[in-house]
Design a protein around this ligand. Structure first.
Ligand code: AHR
Length: 501
């Protein structure tokens, strides 16, 4: 490891922006898994935990502040065993099911279509429905679309009205299956392509609704899946998904979320940054068939995957979230910003209590909630939503990490907001050296600068119910402007977001 103090030089080309950073890059994912839905988002109207019509009031407030643009539901693997009709009508009459993917938990279906779509309306988020292809039927999914989006005198719209909702909901994003190569049916890409074509025909556009149909895409390095889908489905799909987890592997221990070495930390960032190479390779395949970039690549599951916290239920994927996770969030978002010509959405897994979550709630029912370091990154990065991505040149040191990967010591991204400001993110990944960063801005005269910084004493620091504010953002003061040169000093292991006017 060769980490030494150095100057970092960045040039931002403020007049060369072209593509918008879709707000959907900041998307979230909520699965019926562990306590993501039950105990995380939803406690039910009868709960002692303060709630608003069954939604946890504290969680609602935190998510509103996050400006969640899109929320994917009900899975994940759960989606391909979910039968939506079990989740409508009076809650006490809904049938139960066993959640076979996630610990065999009994699911009482009290959170269903109405509860989900009404939540999206409260949050101002676009719903992203992940449909059941693995164990469902074309008829079932077609009827779900009709139930949610038809305003006519149709059987499903009338059933919805009977269940208390007069007007259709705005549902644009429809996933046709999830991980169809694995938990979603163990299919071959040729077979899945035909199934997609068939399902897509019967998922109709009702009234003024226009569905954006998303095909179940590849797992990280499976380039053949993307190739076969591009060849056989092509522009019948609007989007193609991609799943990439920052994980040590799929068998054995994935490592502790909170107890890790410096070497583990740097390895994690190397694995996280490898998503860029994976994206480029999938994009190259897509470009071959779709040079006009009409089909979006949607990274609809990403984030860290560690061992479950000791003492929590197996299969519920409840993990803590440290400053290391904050870096994975910041670096991944910076990567997505560089590929917004093709990457139109990304959904971190998951919104509460599962994997790299925004929020952790006390599942023992004490009513506690904490915001994770990852939440703070998403909140700090908000100005990037709908801003125009700007090209930038970064000159900085880099280091070799385990598994023969190389990581730059500073990760940066820049964009121009609608009001003409430049927003810049800078992540100093070094565990021990502050970095002096100097940047020039082409095509804009910088007059004022302010920012926020997320840093903590130890990379292993996290927030828990006893110490909810160990990691939290602070005002960033180490910035100055002289003759259009911006100088900042970023502490070791810190993430900074600047706003320049
Ligand atoms: O996010 C957890 C699981 O990871 C999802 O259910 C599945 O799609 C993926 O394998």
């Amino acid at each position: 490891m060769n980490v030494s103090a150095q100057d970092v030089k960045i040039t931002i080309h403020a007049n060369q922006g072209r593509d918008k950073i879709n707000k959907e890059i900041y998307g979230q994912f909520a699965e019926h898994l562990g306590s993501c839905i039950y105990g995380g988002l939803w406690v039910g109207p009868e709960s002692n935990i303060p709630n608003t019509d069954g939604y946890r009031t504290d969680v609602l407030q935190a998510l509103k502040a996050l400006k969640v643009p899109v929320l994917r539901w009900p899975g994940g693997c759960f989606a391909d065993e979910y039968h939506w009709m079990d989740g409508i009508g009076p809650r006490e009459q809904r049938p139960k099911m066993q959640n076979n993917n996630w610990g065999g938990t009994i699911e009482d279906n009290s959170f269903g279509t109405h509860e989900f779509l009404n939540l999206c309306e409260r949050l101002g988020a676009e719903p992203y429905i992940s449909g059941n292809v693995g164990s469902g039927s074309v008829e079932e999914l077609a009827k779900w679309v009709e139930y949610m989006t038809s305003d006519g005198d149709t059987p499903m719209a009338n059933l919805r009205r009977k269940n208390g909702r007069e007007k259709s909901w705005n549902v644009k994003y429809l996933g046709i299956g999830n991980e169809s190569w694995g938990c979603g049916g163990n299919m071959r890409p040729e077979y899945y392509s035909d199934l997609f074509r068939r399902y897509a025909v019967y998922c109709r556009n009702y009234d003024n609704h226009r569905l954006y149909k998303i095909a179940s895409g590849a797992s990280d390095y499976d380039y053949n899946w993307t190739k076969v889908l591009m060849d056989n489905v092509g522009n019948r799909m609007n989007g193609l998904s991609l799943h990439y987890y920052t994980v040590t592997g799929w068998s054995g221990s994935k490592g502790s979320a909170t107890k890790f070495s410096k070497d583990d930390y740097y390895w994690t960032l190397g694995k996280c940054l490898e998503i860029e190479d994976v994206i480029k390779k999938h994009c190259a395949i897509m470009d071959g068939k779709d040079p006009g970039k009409k089909i979006g690549l949607l990274v609809d599951e990403w984030g860290t995957w560690w061992d479950e916290e000791p003492g929590t239920t197996r299969g519920h994927l409840y993990q803590q979230n440290t400053m290391r996770d904050a870096f994975v969030a910041a670096l991944s978002l910076n990567v997505f910003h560089r590929h917004v010509d093709r990457v139109k959405m990304a959904n971190i897994a998951q919104i509460a209590n599962v994997l790299q979550s925004m929020i952790l709630t006390d599942t023992k029912g004490t009513g506690h909630m904490v915001l994770t370091p990852t939440y703070h990154v998403f909140r700090m990065y908000q100005p990037f939503q709908e801003a125009t991505a700007l090209p930038l040149d970064v000159k900085c040191d880099s280091m070799k990490v385990r598994d023969n990967r190389t990581i730059p010591m500073v990760s940066a991204s820049a964009a121009k907001t609608k009001d003409g400001a430049i927003v810049v993110s800078l992540a100093n990944v070094s565990l021990d050296k502050a970095q002096e960063v100097e940047f020039a801005i082409d095509g804009m005269t910088a007059k004022a600068i302010n920012g926020e910084v997320l840093a903590s004493k130890n990379i292993t620091d996290y927030n828990d119910f006893a110490h909810p504010e160990t990691v939290k953002p602070a005002v960033f003061k180490e910035a100055s402007i002289k003759k259009n040169i911006v100088k900042v000093k970023i502490p070791a292991t810190s993430i900074v977001v600047l706003n320049i006017k």
